[in-house]
Design a binder for this molecule. Sequence first.
Ligand code: NDP
Length: 300
Amino acid sequence: PARATLIDGKAFSQTLVTRVAEAAARLEKAHGLKPGLAVVIVGEDPASQLYVRNKGETTLKAGMRSDTHRLPDTTTQDELLALIAQLNADKGIHGILVQLPLPRHIDSTAVLDAISPDKDVDGFHVVNAGRLAVGLPGLVPCTPLGCLMLLKDQLGDLSGLNAVIVGRSNIVGKPMAQLLIGESCTVTVAHSRTRDLPALCRTADILVAAVGRPEMIKGDWIKPGATVIDVGINRVPSRDPVKAAEGKTRVVGDVAFDEAVEVAGRITPVPGGVGPMTIACLLANTYTAACRAAGVEPED
Ligand code: NDP
C-alpha cells in the first residue's frame, strides 16, 4: 500500500495567516478598526516566553495591533484581575489571551473566567464552551479549530464519518468532539479508562490523538486509509545516543508516525502539522472578535 499523504499544517497555516491579514486590512479600511490582541504573561518560564514572542510577532505580521503585558512572578491575583478588567474595557483590544501555566498562587480558572467571553480568543471561558456545546456562535479553542480546518480541507464533507478522539481535555478533546458532532460525524471520545483502545481506534475514519504520550498510538491501531490528526507535542531524547547523553531532545507526537504513515490515508506530521495551526487560529479568532465588536459579519 502507498504511504499516507502528509497534511502540511505549516503551509496551510501560512495561507490562513495571509487570508486573515487581508480580511483584517479590509475591515480596517471599511470600518476604521484594526483588530488588537493583548497577550498577558506572568513569570519567566522560558517556553511560555517563546510562545508569547511568537504570538506577538505573528500578530504584527498580520497587520494587527499586538500588546504584550509581561508581569513578574510576584504579581497577585488581584493585580492580574485588575489588568484583565482594564483590557476588557479597552475598545482597541478585541482579543485577550493569558498565557498558561500561571504561577501556583493564582487561580487560573478565576482569571480565565474574568476575561470577557467576547474577547476570549482562546475559547476557554465557560460561556464559550457552552456556546460551542449548544451550537451558538462564540469563540472556539484554537487547536481543535485548526484540526477541523485541516480535516475539512482534506476531506470536504465530514458527515457520517466515524471520528475517534483520544483525550477529553477542555482545551483539545472536548471541543474537538463538539466541532465534529457539528459536522455530523459519529463521535467517540476515548480517555485513560477506555477499554480496548486499539480496537476502538481501528473503527475510526478520523482519528484525533490528543493524549500527551509519545508515540502511544501504533500503526496497527489505525484503519487503513484513515485520516490521522496528531495533536501531541512530546519531547523525547534525541535518536543519537551521544546527543541524547548531552541532553538533546526531539519532538514527537502521540502517534508512532513511522508505522502510522504506512497504514493511514492522510496524516499530520509532528512537527509541522497541527502545531502551526494554533497561532493562525488565534489570529482568526481575534479577527472574528473584532468583526463582532464592530457589528460586522466576519468573512469566511
Ligand atoms: P491533557 O493532559 O489535559 O489530557 C490528556 C488526555 O489524554 C486526558 O483526557 C487523558 O485521560 C488521556 N489519556 C492519558 N493517557 C491515556 C492513555 N494511556 N490512554 C487513553 N487516554 C489517555 O492534555 P491536552 O489535551 O492539553 O494535550 C494533549 C496533547 O496535545 C499534549 O501532547 C499537548 O502537548 C498537545 N497540545 C498541542 C497543542 C498544539 O498543537 N498547539 C495545543 C494543546 C495541546 P483522562 O482524562 O482519563 O486522564
